[in-house]
Design a protein around this ligand. Structure first.
Ligand code: NCD
Length: 307
C-alpha cells in the first residue's frame, strides 16, 4: 500500500485522530454551510455486496452534503462480481472513476484486498462478521454527544457478540479510552470471539466480565449497546431460531437501569428492543443514525486530505 490512507480497521486510527474526527463532526453539525462545497468535483463509489440501508445511504448523504457526487452498486448481483470479477480487479477499475471507495462485503478481509489494489482510499463499510469501523465512529460520536466524554464508563454489549462486527470494532475502540470496562452479555454460543477476548481485552488488561443475564448487568451500565442476532452468518437456521429472541428489551426491564443510561443499537432492530422503549429518553439509536452521516462527512474529508 502506498501512502494513500484507508480505513479498514478502527485500530489504525490513533485516539488523537478519532478525537479530531469527532471535533470535525461537531463543527459540521454547528456550521453545515462551511462544508457544503468541500468535495465539489469529487466522487464517492459505494460498492455494496451485502444489504444495507443506513451505512450506504449515510455515506451517500455525507458525500452529497459535502458537494460531491456518488456512483456505485447496492448488490453484488448488479456488479461484475456476478460474472466472476475479483475484488482486486474491481478496486483497480473503480480507481479509474472515483476518488474514494466505501465497500461492504460478506467476506472478511475483502475491503483490505480492495485497499491493496486501489489507487484511492478504501473505507471498510462492514466485512462479514469481522469489523465495521465507521459504525464505531458513529457510536463514539453518539457516546460523546450523549455523555460529554468517551472514558470512565461501563459499557454493556448485549446480543450476538460472536458475529456482530459492530461490537468487535466498538470494543477495540473503547478499550483505548481511560477507565472503560465492559460487561459482555450474550448466550454462551454467541460470546465474543477468542481474538477479541485475548488480543484486545486481555492483552490490554481491560476489565470485563461475561454474563448471560441482561437484568443482572443492567444497574451497572452507563452504555447499553444492543445488537441483532446476525441471521445471515448462521450455518443452521434452527440455531438462529433458538437464539434470536434471547434478549428482548422492554420498558419494565429498565427499572433498575441508571437514569443516565444511554441505549445504543447500530440498527436494523428486529425483536431485541420493543418499540415501546423508543420514547424513553435513554433510547439513543435514532439520534445515533444521524450521527453516522456527520462522522462519515468528517472521515471523507480526512481521507481525501481536504482541509
Ligand atoms: C450493522 C451491520 O451491518 O453490521 N448495521 C449497520 O451498519 N448499521 C448491524 C447489523 O446489521 O446488525
Amino acid at each position: 500500500m502506498s501512502d494513500i490512507r484507508h480505513l479498514i480497521d478502527i485500530s489504525t486510527l490513533t485516539v488523537e485522530e478519532i478525537d479530531a474526527l469527532i471535533k470535525t463532526a461537531l463543527d459540521i453539525i454547528e456550521n453545515p454551510a462551511k462544508y457544503s462545497e468541500k468535495c465539489r468535483g469529487k466522487k464517492l463509489a459505494t460498492l455494496f455486496y451485502e444489504p444495507s440501508t443506513r451505512t450506504r445511504l449515510s455515506f451517500e448523504s455525507a458525500m452529497l452534503e459535502l458537494g460531491g457526487s456518488v456512483i456505485g452498486f447496492s448488490e453484488a448481483q448488479s456488479s461484475s462480481a456476478s460474472k466472476g470479477e475479483s475484488v482486486a480487479d474491481t478496486a483497480k477499475v473503480i480507481s479509474c472513476f472515483a476518488d474514494i471507495i466505501a465497500m461492504r462485503h460478506p467476506l472478511e478481509g475483502a475491503p483490505m484486498v480492495a485497499a491493496l489494489n486501489a489507487s484511492i482510499p478504501v473505507i471498510n463499510a462492514g466485512d462479514g462478521g469481522h469489523n465495521h469501523p465507521t459504525q464505531t465512529l458513529t457510536d463514539l460520536l453518539t457516546i460523546y454527544r450523549e455523555k460529554g466524554r468517551l472514558g470512565h464508563m461501563t459499557v454493556g454489549c448485549c446480543g450476538d457478540l460472536k458475529f456482530g462486527r459492530t461490537v468487535h470494532s466498538l470494543i477495540a475502540a473503547m478499550s483505548r479510552y481511560e477507565g472503560v470496562d465492559f460487561v459482555l452479555i450474550s448466550p454462551e454460543e454467541l460470546r465474543v470471539p477468542e481474538n477479541v477476548r485475548n488480543d484486545i481485552l486481555k492483552a490490554n488488561n481491560i476489565p470485563y466480565r461475561e454474563t448471560e443475564s441482561l437484568l443482572e448487568a443492567m444497574p451497572d451500565l452507563d452504555i447499553l449497546y444492543m445488537t441483532r442476532v446476525q441471521r445471515e452468518r448462521f450455518i443452521s437456521e434452527a440455531d438462529y431460531v433458538r437464539l434470536k429472541d434471547t434478549y428482548i428489551m422492554t420498558p419494565d426491564k429498565l427499572m433498575d437501569a441508571k437514569e443516565t443510561l444511554s441505549i445504543l443499537h447500530p440498527l436494523p432492530r428486529v425483536n431485541e428492543i420493543s418499540v415501546a422503549v423508543d420514547k424513553d429518553p435513554r433510547a439513543c439509536y435514532f439520534r445515533q443514525v444521524l450521527n453516522g452521516k456527520y462522522i462519515r462527512m468528517a472521515l471523507i474529508l480526512m481521507l481525501l486530505g481536504v482541509k
